[in-house]
Design a protein around this ligand. Structure first.
Ligand SMILES: Nc1ncnc2c1ncn2[C@@H]1O[C@H](COP(=O)(O)OP(=O)(O)OP(=O)(O)O)[C@@H](O)[C@H]1O
Ligand SMILES: [Mg+2]
Length: 254
């Protein structure tokens, strides 16, 4: 019998906060380095950027002996295939996740939601997840709408019976050394006062996010078939974020 996975939406109704990039980097890290079985539902329709990233990665790997070798070594080490990435609309994400879960043994299914979640169908998707993971950046406009939307969802959950959603877990992404310290500090305080769950791990703004295996260089970060190499992982905060999530979501590595 297949086990019941944890359903986690990666959501923030603001675009460009890192939902898709982090869904992929975290999935690759958890799947290949942490022995968790992961799947992604890509709801960024109609462009489906993660489904397309997988196609790009496959093609790039097939044409490059170095990446072929890395994939072979990975296979020898973990004996695991790449995780599935399935396209769906945001309204039908839970159904798509259920279908995947019925046909495989997953520990964790990430649902990468698009930047617009204004419809009631998407609200339904969100409250039918186990958790929502919300990357946010220290930007006044982004913070205002993120907090307004998230508190609406949390109020609904508190006042409605039998809603699967347990919590919204926030974390900071794209922290720059100097420029946005003030916004970061004041909003961290506001979030504490609102009793929101905020992870200790923070992710710095780094150029390496643009590095894919399609660039034919040996340094890559964002890949759907390989976790970031140790040198790229260092200083990115991804390993720390993953460890914190494993504890918070009570994920059991098999
Ligand atoms: N910590 C980071 N440092 C630097 N660049 C980052 C970081 N996180 C994400 N990015 C980059 O920011 C850009 C936007 O990220 P991404 O596409 O993941 O955002 P999104 O929240 O999924 O947006 P949308 O709502 O439009 O789907 C991408 O080019 C991504 O590589
Ligand atoms: Mg996206």
């Amino acid at each position: 019998m297949s086990k019941e996975p944890l359903f986690v939406a990666v959501s923030n109704q603001k675009g460009g906060v890192g939902k898709s990039a982090l869904t992929v980097v975290l999935s690759s890290y958890l799947h290949f380095e942490k022995n968790l079985n992961v799947a992604i539902i890509d709801c960024d329709s109609p462009q489906h950027s993660l489904v397309r990233m997988r196609e790009r990665d496959k093609k790039a790997a097939a044409n490059n002996a170095y990446y072929q070798q890395l994939l072979n070594q990975q296979w020898e080490r973990v004996k695991k295939k790449a995780y599935p990435i399935v396209g769906a609309t945001a309204e039908k994400a839970r159904e798509a996740a259920d279908e995947l879960a019925a046909n495989g043994d997953y520990d964790l299914i990430f649902v990468d939601l698009p930047g617009t979640v204004e419809s009631t169908g998407v609200f339904r998707t969100i409250v039918n997840m186990d958790y929502v993971l919300t990357p946010t950046t220290p930007d006044l406009i982004i913070m205002q709408s993120t907090l307004a939307f998230s508190t609406t969802v949390l109020d609904y959950v508190r006042n409605t019976k039998d809603v699967p959603l347990k919590d919204i877990i926030f974390f900071w992404n794209r922290l720059k050394k100097r420029t946005n310290v003030e916004v970061f500090k004041s909003y961290s305080e506001v979030m504490r006062e609102l009793h929101l769950t905020v992870l200790d791990s923070t992710l710095p703004d780094l150029c390496r996010y643009e590095k894919e295996i399609t660039h034919c260089k040996r340094a890559f970060f964002r890949c759907t078939m390989l976790p970031p190499p140790a040198r790229q992982l260092e200083g990115s905060g991804i390993a720390e974020l993953a460890e914190e999530l494993i504890v918070k979501l009570k994920l059991v590595q098999s």
